[in-house]
Design a protein around this ligand. Sequence first.
Ligand SMILES: Cc1cc2nc3c(=O)[nH]c(=O)nc-3n(C[C@H](O)[C@H](O)[C@H](O)COP(=O)(O)OP(=O)(O)OC[C@H]3O[C@@H](n4cnc5c(N)ncnc54)[C@H](O)[C@@H]3O)c2cc1C
Length: 358
Amino acid sequence: MEKAVEHAIYDTGYGEKPDVSSLLRGELNPTKEMFGSKTYFITDQRGYVYIIEQMAGSFLAENDRRLKLNKTVTTVQWGDHGVIVTTKDGSKYAADYAIVTFSMGVLQDNSIEFVPGLPDWKREAISRVRMAVYTKIYLKFPSKFWDDDANIWYAGERRGYYTVWQNMEAPGLFPSGSHIILVTVVDEEARRVEAQSDQATQAEVMAVLRTMYGAGIPDPTDILVPRWEQDPFFRGSYANWGVGINDEVLHKLQAPVAGRLFFAGDGTGPHFGYLQGAFLEGARVADAIATCVRGGPCEKEYQPPRRGCTCPAAANFDIQATVDDGSCLYTSGGGSIMPFSTSFYLVIFAAFTFNCMV
Ligand SMILES: Cc1cc2nc3c(=O)[nH]c(=O)nc-3n(C[C@H](O)[C@H](O)[C@H](O)COP(=O)(O)OP(=O)(O)OC[C@H]3O[C@@H](n4cnc5c(N)ncnc54)[C@H](O)[C@@H]3O)c2cc1C
């Protein structure tokens, strides 16, 4: 029972087990604070794309020629002067700036060639984001035989083995008479299900349902098993931040390359794994590029944080030294802060041996 509860509450949220997920980022994920903890199951048949279409409609005309659909990017060539994107059909598109929003799974898969290759700091940060696999299996039956509750949990021996069920006929979801039930598997169970035939999955699901509701229940008339990890355009369902991701990794994920190639998506920001995370990250980089184009400051590249300033001279004078953007800040006994550039410091304390490493 304990395994089933933990799996239902944690694993099906993050798409992975707690032991591989970042506690810091996961538990401090600002999504719940900003948007509330209530979750909704959206059954609107217009789908996510409707939201995108409505937003795009505010700045794109009908059949706008600037919008290119069904183009597969194969190469992204970048440099100090701009970006050239090549697609599978041989078309080339040149731009001053580009925003990369492929999923982290696609970036990790190396199916898109970056010329030159992305810098090590960017590739290392990308490699740290985990791509969760979250598989919602829909089954349609000739009649409904399951509970009326919206959520039904099956506590079997094996962790995550067809544990989390949703009654799609619960109030507010599909119309009564749809006879559809949904079971969600994640992580290794999802990968296993993706690798086998739908018939094999159906047999497993029916064995569990017969344990729950008896041998007399009918077979389904239809089954839908998505395969997010096998899909070369996704390579997983959504981003999950693994153990060890900290602010520095976040900065690397968000930083542009050469001031030309910007990165956004559900894996680059603090709302990782959520649609609103992808949206907010898109807005962040669009704003950064717009600011640059309008003559404001331009984000260039990841800047490593200045490491500890070790200044023995500072210790000798009983003052605190911290490093801020290449300059040492010295706090005198009275508490006031005096900024000195390193060169100025050299002149003042030339008589002392010191080593201010930044
Ligand atoms: C089953 C499932 C359930 C989910 N449930 C929720 C939920 O309840 N709430 C929530 O907030 N989020 C949910 N998510 C997550 C949400 O869908 C993602 O966080 C969001 O879609 C990420 O958006 P994105 O733009 O960063 O990446 P994506 O949606 O992955 O978009 C990347 C785009 O890049 C395209 N692409 C990839 N490779 C190429 C190429 N070579 N050339 C051209 N185009 C390419 C892809 O086709 C895709 O359109 C769910 C996801 C899944 C799979």
